[in-house]
Design a protein around this ligand. Sequence first.
Ligand code: PMP
Length: 287
Amino acid sequence: MQTMRTVYLNGEYVSESEATVSIFDRGFLFADGVYEVTTVVDGKLIGFDGHCERLKRSLGELHMKVEINRDELLDIHRELIRRNGIDQGMIYLQVTRGNPGDRDFAFPPEDTPPTMVLFTQHKQVVDTAIEKEGLKVVSVDDLRWGRRDIKTVQLLYPSLAKMEAKAKGADDAWMVQDGFVTEGTSNNAYIVKDGKIVTRNLSNDILHGITRKSVLTCAELLQMDVEERPFTLEEAYVADEAFATSASGFTNPIIEIDGHTIGNGKPGPVGDRLRALYLEENMKAAL
Ligand code: PMP
């Protein structure tokens, strides 16, 4: 938490206390909006272009006609970093279908202006306690809708799952559908067995993580074996190693799943090597 950030709202930089959105906004009434979270390290953006491309895809899948100009969006991100003095943290971006002035299930006319909001969050993302100690997860049924590939702001179920995990003394939940792990509440899930990395293949069942893509490229550079397929909880319980990827977590070790210790209960070498190379490669390319 920080006091009085400068945020971006529909073309203007304003104090967070002055940034207000209508009660009729479709984001508020229908969760009719999409978002992206881009991580900042040393004041620079990690994976910006990947997030920008996924944003365009999410908007397209929801038939939101919003022009996204990559260079303008980059300028806004950089301006927010500058104005708020962000060294490590995140830029949150949300675009909704705007304010039709009333509540109606039908979409408003296409010329209804979208609502675009960006704000910063300070967060230590490098040299964290989690990367050294790892996370405990519990499994929960995946009760989300069928288009998890679209990054919508409908995050109630992942939020409930996270609370269930916390109530059980864990840090996060891995969601399971038909016996197979889909992903974490806000991350993609991986296991390692006999040197082979297994992670669920891309489909509408999971979010196509920007970090996932980059980490799999790193695995290729390191000549690691990768299998993209669904894996079961039973496989995960006896894995040598497990980890999760997300924009602000990079790769985070998973040391326990449903009370089963993974490997020796410490962060594993495959996740550690991937994290190091991921950071190295992405810092080189940071904007
Ligand atoms: N899956 C879900 C459900 C997520 O919410 C996230 C984080 N937004 C991810 C995976 C990881 O995606 P990324 O690497 O692009 O942050």
